[in-house]
Design a protein around this ligand. Structure first.
Ligand SMILES: *Cc1c(COP(=O)(O)O)cnc(C)c1O
Length: 657
């Protein structure tokens, strides 16, 4: 990026001046860290993000320094940092919250959760949750035969539940019956009408029955993104007539005695607690009615949907929720209690299948910035017979530079100058289209317009109302930051469903971020970008970012992405999985790297697409032999080419410094 020495010095002085005024508290507010970071994230006096795990012990871990040290262990960026302590803490919080609600309402029953494997199937994650969840007999939810295999092999606790959802064929059902004999507690949740017949056949065949649940299709609708997965048109669950039919069929087959659980699932990320309340009331009544029909009901499973406040605005908007964990637990406990008390039946064990709420916080994606797009600021000096529009722009810039920087500045004057600059820029474009301006002149015109914007920004007072037009000044100077990552691999929901995650620099937070920018990823896809950021219940297209420094990495963190992103990610442009490190804090204030999961190499992703890396290399070798024979390529260069390709195959799919 060409740059002019004089201008550069000017910026550095500016930047030091800003540094004295800027505080980490301002960064905390700007990026909303105090709102979405829960108790886990804060900014330390060095301007780096701190991770805090145990509130009592005041143990902190400097995220920036951690990344530096991991890089020292050859764990190159982009890097997923998984904080197992946070995963554990979220699980504890969930249980503590339900325990509190149960105690407060004097609910005569317990809460016994399960983890929906689909949320993050990584072995270390599932294992960690099982180990840590033992004290509450925490179980698993499987949505497919493959997940069932994971659940069966990992759960050893005979009291832990294994909720079996998803499409079920004969073998799936038989497996659950056999697993019950193995001493596990699998519950086959009937989601489709024809599964009833399959349960009856399997039970006859094996001379034993599974534990049975029924998923109800509730009529209460969700307003959220997954609104279609509930209500009468949803893909899963039984309508009321179907439930009644299933009950009679089970009764006839002498299996009604195994129907113990009612299940519903409103959809992921419920934004509005009102929707949950309606669903709970409806489900509570169905539960009571099933009991009246003679089923020995004992469990009520409220499914997933417990949301995460991604932007910390505590609103019923897409990236937020208008309720807390405690509100959620209270509503579940109180509503079900009310339904059961009214009919004088015993209270069910309450189950939730909370995936997002458990797994979001523990994982942070760190990526580095490879460079930025910026229009070079060194434009040529004025020449004698320059065209009029350029002269006009130069004069405007000079006028702006003459305005002295004072808090009492006449804002209307700034606005007038900006209007002039924009008008002259339009003129320049028109002149170019008509052939009166050449490419060099158009370039100068654009540079001058930006120089005007920069000079104006320097003069905007901080403490006064700024007119709308002048607020767009910074956006005019917005930059694209090139991110060493693939959105499709590491943040697919940002692209697929416009999910928002908090994104911010993990260091330099004691410096004022002087630029607005967005991120372009490594893929060649124009959708490969991050250009929507959290903004107090709304979104903004540009994020406040810092000027890149020579020879110093600029590291960005994407937070709250522990749920769904990794598994939904794909190999677009053949960017593979990133490196991942599982970190655990030690008592003495340090940390250990518990596991390292190496990201895909280029060879891995080629094989995933059925290419044979050896064969690919061999073809290039043959081509280079031909070129050597024709005298077009030197032997040493051919060797270099092959060496590059060979090493590259063993390396990560991302760019390395
Ligand atoms: C996806 C899913 C979940 C998990 O939902 P979260 O919103 O992540 O808690 C739970 N139960 C069922 C049936 C699901 O399909």
């Amino acid at each position: 990026m060409p740059s002019n020495l004089a201008l550069n010095t000017l910026k550095t002085t500016n930047h030091t001046a800003n540094k004295t005024k800027w505080t980490v508290a301002k960064s905390t507010e700007l990026y909303g860290l105090n709102r979405w970071g829960e108790k886990y994230f804060s900014i330390n006096s060095k301007g780096n993000i701190d991770i805090r795990i145990t509130e009592k012990q005041n143990q902190y871990l400097d995220l920036f320094e951690l990344v530096k040290e991991l890089e020292g262990r050859n764990l190159k960026l982009p890097l997923l940092i998984r904080l197992d302590d946070i995963l554990e803490d979220r699980l504890k919080e969930l249980h503590k919250t339900f325990e509190k609600a149960i105690k407060n309402y004097n609910y005569k029953g317990i809460y016994q959760g399960v983890y929906p494997i689909k949320c993050n199937q990584q072995r270390h994650v599932v294992e960690e949750l099982i180990t840590c969840g033992q004290e509450w007999n925490f179980g698993l939810e499987a949505g497919s035969k493959t997940e069932l295999l994971i659940a069966l092999s990992l759960i050893e606790d005979p009291k832990a539940l294994l909720i079996c959802n998803g499409y079920k064929d004969q073998k799936y059902i038989e497996t659950t019956i056999l697993a019950r004999q193995l001493g596990r507690q699998p519950v086959v949740v009937i989601e489709q009408v024809d599964e009833v017949e399959r349960i009856i056949t399997s039970s006859k065949k094996l001379g034993a029955a599974p534990l049975i649940g029924i998923r109800a299709k509730l009529s209460s609708r969700s307003s959220g993104r997954w609104g279609n997965s509930v209500g009468e048109k949803s893909k899963f669950g039984l309508s009321i007539p179907e439930i009644l039919e299933a009950v009679e069929k089970l009764r006839a087959a002498d299996l009604l005695k195994e129907l113990k659980l009612l299940h519903f699932h409103v959809g992921s990320q419920i934004n509005d607690i009102g929707i949950l309340k309606d669903s709970l009331q409806e489900a509570g009544q169905i539960y009571v009615e099933l009991h009246a029909l003679g089923a020995p009901m004992s469990h009520l499973d409220v499914g997933g949907g417990l949301g995460i406040d991604y932007d910390g605005s505590r609103t019923a908007t897409i990236a937020s929720t208008n309720y807390s964990l405690q509100n959620y637990a209270n509503d579940v406990v109180a509503t079900i209690q009310e339904c059961c008390e009214a009919k004088n039946i015993s209270m069910p064990t309450l189950i939730s299948e909370s995936g997002r709420a458990i797994a979001s916080h523990f994982s942070i994606l760190i990526f580095n910035i490879l460079g930025q797009s910026a229009i070079p600021s060194d434009f040529p000096m004025a020449k004698e017979n320059e065209c009029q529009v350029i002269k006009n722009l130069r004069a405007t810039l000079k006028d702006i530079q003459k305005i002295s920087k004072t808090p009492l500045i006449d804002i209307s004057k700034l606005q007038e100058s900006w209007n002039d600059a924009l008008k002259f820029k339009e003129d320049a474009l028109a002149a170019f289209r008509l052939g009166y301006l050449n490419l060099t002149e158009r370039g100068i015109a654009e540079q001058l317009t930006l120089a005007c914007a920069e000079s104006l920004i320097e003069r905007l007072p901080n403490n006064r109302l700024i007119p709308e037009e002048l607020k767009t000044l910074k956006a005019t100077l917005a930059r694209t930051y090139y991110a060493n990552m693939s959105v499709f691999r590491s943040a697919p929901d940002t692209w697929a469903i416009e999910q928002l995650f908090p994104i911010m620099p993990i260091h330099r937070l004691d410096e004022k971020p002087n630029y607005l920018g967005n991120f372009a990823d490594l893929t060649c896809d124009s959708d490969g970008k991050l250009s929507k950021f959290i903004d107090h219940g709304k979104t903004k297209p540009l994020l406040e970012l810092h000027e890149l420094k020579d020879n110093e990495a600029y590291l960005i963190g994407m937070f709250l992405g522990g749920a769904y992103q990794e598994v939904m990610g794909n190999l677009h442009n053949l960017f593979g999985s990133t490196n991942a490190a599982h970190i655990r804090l030690t008592k003495d204030g340090g940390y250990t790297v518990e596991h390292v999961v190496k990201g895909n190499t280029k060879s891995d992703v080629l094989k995933a697409m059925e290419h044979d890396p050896e064969l690919l290399l061999e073809r290039v070798r043959i081509a280079s032999e031909l070129a050597i024979q024709k005298g077009e390529l030197k032997i040493s260069d051919a060797q270099r080419l092959l060496e590059h390709l060979e090493t590259s195959l063993r390396e990560s799919t991302y760019l390395q410094e």
